[in-house]
Design a protein around this ligand. Structure first.
Ligand SMILES: Cc1cc2nc3c(=O)[nH]c(=O)nc-3n(C[C@H](O)[C@H](O)[C@H](O)COP(=O)(O)OP(=O)(O)OC[C@H]3O[C@@H](n4cnc5c(N)ncnc54)[C@H](O)[C@@H]3O)c2cc1C
Length: 453
């Protein structure tokens, strides 16, 4: 048993915590960091980065198919091998974090491998080591897949995002439980590489956290691409007979597939982390923090574990606020009225702020909305194949500002940038209508929608 003392102890080294730990170390702060898997967390190894490489490849395949009728003809022979290789070699270094570890330790940080458990104020144990934090501890332990209690599921060799990202082969058929962002993105990728994909979503439509128009659009495109989309019924039981899965839904419908991907949400495990030792509620879903990301005296938390949106950009945002606090250069408090999120399906669905339903619940009749369709916009019409999409604006007529927006379509996540700025900075709708929109861009559809408000 050895005891070590640091200025700051960082628990979990996902994207935000890694950035924070490195910046603190650069500033001369003594940092002890603990990571039980890979430094960098879920995003670079099993999340954003490799999944977006898969999506880039899948989109290339589909763009190839779109040549027909617009630019001649092309014979497309998709192969998963270069995708798997790129993920292994370029994204994850074969799931090896040496580069990240060396960068952190090269800055003077100390890394401990293993599962951290908080044992008291300013005290964390990992293996045989006890780390003491002079100034504070930062919790960035993220989330793991939440596996629903479906009869038989636990006994089967189901996939989570880890196996889906690591796979060297495209399964002939794939059943995806969960039609949220992760299920929809990965389902479409495998379908575009030839897998026969079924997505089962218990809610009435895909992307249930987004505007209904988004789920309807993605569902329509998916069906047109040959993906079976089953909504409104949940899986009741799962069986694996040694070679394939059979999933039975409420109501009796059955689906069979070679592989089963469970993408039904994510969860924290605060009890395993021992947060009760610092007076926090271990049965809570997330760590409750104030607008300076502080959970208790000398305790800060960031990223997925605080439940303000499970996005890499959120964990980085939190990290920069905590960095300001710890370096004595406080930044603005955390604000959440303009959180951007992008589902990288094709069409890409970007959204920011409140959905119409959320806005109506909060502001009632003050809410007005407008929708324009991308195919009838100047750029959408030119783009033609693959131009499905829309812009939806949610405005508070009393304040004359946007409180939410969705941008679905080609580069929907990029068009989201200007909408995020508008919602974030409370730019008056009137001012937005006075702006010049470059012709013919996809974001000109925003101007069309503003006219309808
Ligand atoms: C398939 C997929 C695609 C995604 N795509 C996107 C995207 O396109 N854009 C986006 O913004 N977000 C995306 N995300 C979400 C993004 O990956 C997460 O929001 C981000 O990684 C959160 O960072 P974090 O630091 O909170 O947690 P994590 O990245 O989960 O990191 C937490 C780290 O803490 C470690 N840890 C946990 N408990 C302990 C302990 N007790 N002791 C020691 N170490 C511990 C874990 O091993 C882990 O490395 C995606 C996620 C998935 C699964």
């Amino acid at each position: 048993m050895s005891e070590r003392e640091f200025d700051v102890v960082v628990i979990g080294m996902g994207p935000g915590a890694e950035y924070l730990a490195e910046e603190l170390a650069k500033a001369g702060v003594q940092v002890g960091a603990i990571e039980q898997r890979l430094v960098g967390g879920e995003c670079p190894y099993w999340g954003c980065v490799p999944s977006k490489m898969m999506i880039r490849a899948a989109n290339l395949v589909t763009e190839g198919h779109r040549i027909s009728g617009m630019a001649g003809s092309a014979v497309i022979s998709p192969s998963w091998a270069p995708v798997a290789k790129r993920i292994r070699d370029e994204a994850t270094d074969n799931w090896d974090d040496t580069v990240a570890v060396d960068r952190f330790t090269g800055l003077g940080g100390t890394l401990f491998r293993g599962h951290a458990r908080i044992t008291g104020p300013g005290e964390v144990s990992v293996g045989d080591d006890i780390l003491r934090a002079r100034r504070g501890m930062v919790i960035g332990t993220g989330t793991v897949p939440a596996i629903p209690p479906i009869a038989g599921l636990a006994q089967t060799p189901y996939w989570t995002n880890h196996e889906a990202i690591e796979t060297e082969d495209v399964p002939p058929s794939l059943l995806v439980l969960g039609g949220g962002a992760i299920g929809a993105e990965l389902g479409q990728v495998f379908a575009r590489f030839g897998s026969s994909v079924t997505i089962v979503e218990g809610m009435p439509r895909l992307l249930p956290l987004d505007e209904p128009e988004s789920g309807d659009l993605v569902g329509k495109v998916f069906r047109a691409e040959g993906i079976t989309v089953s909504t409104g019924a949940s899986a009741e039981s799962v069986r694996h007979d040694g070679s394939g899965f059979t999933v039975t839904l409420t109501g009796g419908r059955q689906y069979v597939a070679d592989r089963l991907l469970v993408a039904t949400g994510r969860k924290t495990d605060l009890a395993a982390l021992g947060v009760g030792a610092i007076g926090l509620d271990e049965s809570s879903r997330f760590i409750d923090v104030d607008d300076r990301m502080q959970a208790a005296p000398g305790v800060w938390a960031l990223g997925d574990v605080v439940g303000k949106g499970a996005f890499t950009h959120m964990s980085m945002y939190h990290a920069s606020i905590i960095l300001g606090e710890l370096l004595g250069r406080p930044r603005h408090p955390a604000e959440y009225h303009a959180v951007p999120r992008v589902t990288f399906t094709d069409p890409e669905v970007g959204s920011v702020g409140l959905t119409e339903a959320e806005a109506r619940q909060r502001y009632g009749d003050r809410i007005t909305t407008a929708i324009t369709q991308i195919p009838t916009s100047s750029r959408g019409w030119i783009h033609k194949a693959g131009n499905a999409g829309f812009i939806k604006l949610v405005a508070d007529s009393e304040r004359g500002i946007l409180v939410g927006a969705t941008s679905a379509g080609p580069t929907g996540g990029e068009v989201l940038g200007m909408l995020t700025l508008a919602v974030h900075a409370h730019v008056p709708v009137q001012r937005l209508t006075e702006m010049i929109y470059a012709y013919p861009t996809f974001h000109r559809a925003v101007e069309d929608a503003l006219r309808l408000l």
